[in-house]
Design a binder for this molecule. Sequence first.
Ligand SMILES: [Zn+2]
Length: 372
Amino acid sequence: MMRRTHSAALTTCTMKGRGLFVPFAHGVLVLAFMAQHLFAAETSSTQATAKPAHVHAGKKQKDKAHHAANMQANANVRRPDTAGPLSLVVVGDIMLEDGPMDAMRKGQDPFAGFASLFAGADIRIGNLECVIATTGSPEEDKPNVFRVHPRALPYLKRHFDAVGLANNHSGDFGPQAFTQMLSLLKQSNIGVYGGGMNLSEAHTPWIIERKGVRVAILGYDEFQPRSFEADTDRPGVAWSEDSQVLRDIRAARSVHKADVVIPVMHWGWEEPIANDRQRQLARLMIDAGADAVIGGHPHQLQDTERYKGKPIFYSLGNFVFDGFPLPINYIGWALRMELDKNGVQKVEAHVSHIDPNGLPKPGKVLADPTLR
Ligand SMILES: [Zn+2]
């Protein structure tokens, strides 16, 4: 149904305080889509099992027993050397200015609603759609630019192992602010993907190993017009150039020795159904070896699918964000995935309801939407 070409893409995640045109037909699609996903059966109680992140020593026995049971249950489909599973939580777009910053100024944690989901996961990541800096100057003629005070860092650090920088707001205050953000995140021991001090850094996956499984996360922006792109001698974001993306995915395995490779994309229109471009690239990425494809930017949920058995989530919607005009902008998914060396073994979508101040509250837990 998407007839526009990718090169004409001018969708924006800068709709704060502005009118958002959504044709009636799309409204119907939104309703049908939301009904399909939101009224599906719950799989479990979402936030029930809090446990400290990255706890290994005290849990070794339990993990071992769990692992053995899991191996037994899946003996016919898993290799004997399978490790894990580990849990990965991925959330959508995080914008910490305005309502979320007001909350933090009062000492309120904007992520508190999902604290137990994060605490119970081995790896936690999300798309940071704002600059964290005290320097730089706003990009001229950009209707909405987001820069937040470094007081946001302790909250991010509490809940996230790494954040994605490949989006259309990382460059809002120029290279100086972006560079400051990179060093602030590094000081806070928060990893990054999809951005760096140069082309090579921006295209290097964030690698993390948990429970014997080595995971590579890559990030790419393709919001038009092409801008704030890292180059050989210039900081910026990783651009979604197909050939480069596919090379990066292959290198994540061959050079970085990852067992599981997940590209996180910043793409698409502000519509409930992914466009042809997204579908085409998702397939190419999986053909190149991606174990899952996860996207954001449309500021609403988009449809999902499986390709060659691998899950594709075209858009997780907003996670922490305010200033939007429509109810669909205030709902998103926090994905909880279980990974082992063979890839993604299980997915749950934890529905988040974002309040008017941009803060997410947990809702239902949906069984893997890509299997419906
Ligand atoms: Zn965006």
